[in-house]
Ligand binder design. Structure first.
Ligand code: IPM
Ligand code: MG
Length: 368
């Protein structure tokens, strides 16, 4: 029997609720397979800060270090509550970026998936959805502006100023390109390279390295897109995209737009992969406004489990079953509040009910 250790960082806001549903799914995977998961819960985010004075405390670091994979919920507080925490200790800067840095999780995969049958979830017209949206954004996750040097102060004219630097070296670009090209080879052999080389020198280097790497993947067609124009194209013709690769900040922004064209950020799971360790998380925030109400959509969290099963534990078939179970719940006409607005024809169910239905579907699937 295989035994895997999973650090479970439920986090803040809706994090604990959606994590609970993800854990139900992991239990069913254990029942169905010759595998056991040792779940190691740990504090992470604002909850960790209030308990220990640190958003990513040493005890959590130790647990993550030991884990075979990390499952992370959501972190963060609303604007007002955030102000109670010193700027550098706030969950994003104090926990999430350090987690990414520690495990060098440079490759972030964010699937944006909506079958034709669920076109009614999307704010886009059914004719725009066509046969469905099925793309993956590959976001560089440990470089660029988010990780560059930062300084703030008062300049010689007495004005407050800030300076943040956007840095990439060619190796950082090369490794994410290899990830993107390899993924493209497994899919439609089409790679959209997203950049802003008409303004940013970082994009000039990005594109140079992309072209060098492309020579190793002659079977993959590359289409170059300026990031601003890609934003429009995602609304007008999302079905043209399959694999999209981009630097950190572009990926942050466009992936939220990905959630927008699906109809909910709750449909955005992700995998963050480093050379030795990977962690899995919803692409969205902690939605403090709906926390504790049992209405959040656990899809992104359960989808993150599916990505973990596939990437960290080699359980590709079970990962597919988890996706299919969730799609099955939608196909039966159910969803959480985000996707079941009055008049939508979708029956509203709670977070817990969604998890229960996924589990029920999963149990019905043929074992692998
Ligand atoms: C994301 C989030 C994070 C990011 C925040 C919480 C720091 O928005 O994963 O997309 O900007 O990377
Ligand atoms: Mg984001």
């Amino acid at each position: 029997m295989k035994n895997y250790k999973i650090a479970v960082l439920a986090g803040d806001g809706i994090g604990p609720e959606i994590t609970a549903e993800a854990i139900k799914v992991l239990k069913v995977i254990e029942e169905r397979n010759d595998v056991s998961f040792e779940l190691m819960p740990a504090l992470f985010g604002a909850c960790a800060y209030f308990a220990t004075g640190d958003a990513f405390p040493q005890a959590t670091i130790d647990i993550c270090d030991q884990a075979d994979a990390i499952l992370k919920g959501t972190i963060g507080l609303n604007h007002e509550e955030s102000k109670k925490i010193p700027v550098d200790k706030q969950p994003e800067r104090g926990a999430l970026l350090p987690l990414r840095r520690r495990y060098n999780t440079y490759a972030n995969f964010r699937p944006v998936f909506l079958p034709r049958s669920l076109a009614h979830f999307s704010p886009l017209k059914p004719e725009v959805i066509g046969d469905g949206i099925d793309l993956i954004m590959v976001r560089e996750l440990v470089g660029g502006l988010y990780f560059g040097q930062k300084e703030a102060g008062v300049n010689e004219q007495g004005l407050r100023y800030v300076r943040e630097t956007l840095e990439y070296d060619e190796e950082q670009i090369r490794r994410i390109m290899h990830q993107a090209f390899k993924l493209a080879q497994k899919r439609r052999k089409l790679l959209h390279n997203i950049h802003k080389s008409n303004v940013l020198k970082s994009s000039v280097l990005w594109n140079e390295v992309m072209e060098e790497v492309a020579k190793e993947y002659p079977d993959v067609q590359v289409v170059n897109y300026l990031v601003d124009s890609a934003a429009t194209a995602l609304c007008l013709k999302p079905t043209q995209f399959d694999v999209m690769v981009m630097e950190n900040m572009f990926g942050d922004i466009l992936s939220d737009q990905g959630g927008g064209i699906l109809g909910s950020l709750g449909l955005m799971p992700s995998a963050c992969i480093g050379p030795e360790k990977a962690y899995y998380e919803p692409s969205h925030g902690s939605a403090p406004d709906i926390a504790g109400k049992n209405i959040a959509n656990p899809y992104s969290m359960i989808g993150s489990v599916a990505m973990m099963l596939e990437n960290s534990f080699g359980m590709e078939a079970e990962a597919k079953n988890v996706w299919a179970a969730m799609q099955g719940v939608f196909a039966d006409g159910y969803s959480t509040a985000d996707l079941s607005k009055p008049g939508s024809g979708v029956t509203m169910i709670s977070t817990v009910e969604f998890g229960d239905k996924v589990v029920e579907k999963l149990r019905e699937m043929p074992k692998v």
